[in-house]
Design a protein around this ligand. Structure first.
Ligand SMILES: Cc1ncc(COP(=O)(O)O)c(C=O)c1O
Length: 419
C-alpha cells in the first residue's frame, strides 16, 4: 500500500524536480521559512478564485490565501483590474499618489483608533516602525510581548516564537493579564511598548479571554508605555478589525496582509499625536523612508481589497468557518483519530489531539499534523503545514461541502497509515 508520502511524490513529480533545482540557488530551496515542509513544497503555477494549480496540473482548494492575505482569493477581478490599471501608469513614483491618500482615508475611516497612517512593505516593517516610534516617544528600550506571539521576523519581535526573553524584549503569558501587570509594575520604567496580537495567529488561533486586552492596555498606560495592537492578521475579523470587535483602543496599530490586496504591504496607524513623530516638518522627527512605501500598485490593490471586505462578507466567512470546524470534528470522529479545532472568525487551526493545546509552537501532534497536511494536499486541499486555515470571500457553501468531503478522505488516510 502506498504511504501518504508515496502518493504525494507520485502526484507531484515536476514539483520534486523544481525543488531540487531551487535548492541549488536558495537555501532549503525556498525563501520563506513558514512555507517549507518535507519532503518538498509544491511549486505553484497559478491561482484563480478559491483555487491553486501546481506545476503538475493538480488543483487545490485554497484554504490559506497566502497566510490570510488573499481575503478575496486569487486574481479577484476588481483587484486584478486595479493593479493592471495602475501598472499602465507605472508602479511607484517618488511622490505622493491619490491611491495612497485614498487607502489611508479608508483605513482611518474603518479602524477606530487609527487617525494617521504610514505605509511600508510588510507586517514585519510595521512592527519595526512601531518599536522605533515607541522607543522615540518614551525614551525607553524594552518591548513587552506575549510568549508565542508573532509580530514578524525582526530580532526584537521574533523572540515571542522562540519563547525566551532577550536584551531588548521581555515576554508575558498571553491570556494571563496578571503576568503583564506584574512585568509592567516591576519593570515599567524600562518598557517602551507592549505588543499584542488580539488573537494569536502563528501559535494556533488563540482568542483572548474576556477582559485580558483591556487590563493589559490599562497596565501599559499606567506604566507610561504605549500599547501596540498587531492587526496584521486580525483586520479581517470585522470592518474595523479586532479592535472594533473587542471594543479596545490601542495607541498604535500594525496592519498588513489584506490592506494590500495581495501585494507586499505593511502600515502603521495610530493616534495623531503619536504618529506626528514622523512629521518631517517637526524638529527631530523620525526617519522613515522606503523606495516602495505606499507604491501605486499596492495602494490600488489595497483600496479594492478593503472596500470589498464588507461586514456581510466577514459574517458569511465566519458562519462557514464554524460549519467547517464542526464538519471536520465529525469526520475525525468517523475516522477515529484524535482531533480538535480552534476557530475565531474566518480563521481556524486544526490539531490532532483530543483537546486543542495551549499557545505553543512545539506541538506533540507534529507528526500527525505533517501527515494530514500532505494527505490534504493529496486530496486537493491547500492548508498551512501547521494547520492554519483562513477562508476567503470567494468560497461558497458548496465548496465548503467539497472541502469537508476531501478532508474526511485525508483523515481516513491518516488513520490507515497509523494502523
Ligand atoms: C500577527 C503578525 N504580525 C506580523 C506579521 C509579519 O508580516 P509580514 O509577513 O508581512 O512581514 C505576521 C505575518 O504572518 C503576523 O501574522
Amino acid at each position: 500500500m502506498d504511504t501518504i508520502e508515496d502518493r504525494y511524490r507520485k502526484q507531484t513529480p515536476t514539483s520534486a524536480e523544481l525543488a531540487e533545482r531551487a535548492e541549488r540557488v536558495m537555501p532549503g530551496g525556498d525563501t520563506r521559512t513558514t512555507t517549507y515542509h518535507r519532503p518538498y513544497a509544491l511549486t505553484i503555477a497559478r491561482g484563480e478564485g478559491p483555487f491553486l494549480w501546481d506545476v503538475d496540473g493538480n488543483r487545490y482548494i485554497d484554504l490559506l490565501g497566502n497566510y490570510t492575505s488573499l481575503v478575496h482569493g486569487h486574481a479577484y477581478p476588481p483587484i486584478a483590474e486595479a493593479i493592471a490599471r495602475a501598472a499602465r501608469e507605472s508602479s511607484a513614483w517618488p511622490a505622493r499618489s491619490k491611491a495612497q491618500i485614498e487607502l489611508a482615508e479608508l483605513l482611518c475611516a474603518r479602524v477606530p483608533s487609527v487617525e494617521r497612517v504610514r505605509f511600508c512593505n510588510s507586517g514585519t516593517e510595521a512592527g519595526m516602525l512601531a518599536a522605533h516610534v515607541a522607543r522615540h516617544v518614551t525614551g525607553r528600550k524594552l518591548i513587552l510581548m506575549a510568549r508565542y506571539g508573532y509580530h514578524g521576523s525582526y530580532d526584537d519581535l521574533e523572540l515571542g516564537l522562540l519563547g525566551h526573553d532577550g536584551d531588548r524584549t521581555v515576554l508575558g503569558e498571553f491570556g494571563r493579564a496578571e503576568s503583564f501587570e506584574h512585568l509592567l509594575a516591576s519593570r515599567g520604567d524600562e518598557i517602551a511598548a507592549v505588543f499584542l496580537e488580539p488573537v494569536l495567529g502563528s501559535s494556533g488561533v488563540v482568542a483572548p479571554p474576556e477582559g485580558f486586552l483591556p487590563r493589559v492596555i490599562e497596565a501599559a498606560h499606567r506604566a507610561g508605555a504605549l500599547f501596540v495592537l498587531d492587526e496584521v492578521i486580525t483586520l479581517r475579523l470585522s470592518e474595523g478589525g479586532a479592535q472594533k470587535r473587542f471594543g479596545i483602543t490601542p495607541d498604535l496599530t500594525m496592519m498588513g496582509k489584506i490592506i494590500g490586496g495581495g501585494m507586499p504591504v505593511g502600515a502603521l496607524g495610530g493616534r495623531a499625536e503619536i504618529m506626528a513623530a514622523f512629521d518631517p516638518r517637526r524638529r527631530g522627527s523620525l526617519m522613515h523612508s522606503g523606495t516602495f512605501n505606499g507604491n501605486v500598485l499596492t495602494c490600488s490593490a489595497g483600496i479594492a481589497s478593503v472596500r470589498e471586505l464588507t461586514q456581510e462578507r466577514i459574517d458569511k466567512m465566519e458562519r462557514q468557518a464554524e460549519r467547517l470546524g464542526e464538519e471536520l470534528k465529525r469526520a475525525a470522529k468517523q475516522a477515529e483519530i484524535p482531533f480538535s479545532v480552534r476557530q475565531f472568525g474566518s480563521l481556524m487551526n486544526v490539531f490532532f489531539t483530543n483537546v486543542a493545546p495551549p499557545a505553543t509552537i512545539a506541538r506533540e501532534d507534529h507528526r500527525t499534523m505533517a501527515q494530514f497536511h500532505l494527505a490534504a494536499l493529496n486530496h486537493g486541499l491547500f492548508i498551512a503545514p501547521r494547520g492554519l486555515i483562513a477562508l476567503s470571500t470567494v468560497i461558497d457553501d458548496g465548496l465548503i461541502d467539497e472541502v469537508c468531503a476531501r478532508a474526511a478522505e485525508a483523515m481516513i488516510d491518516v488513520a490507515r497509515q497509523a494502523a
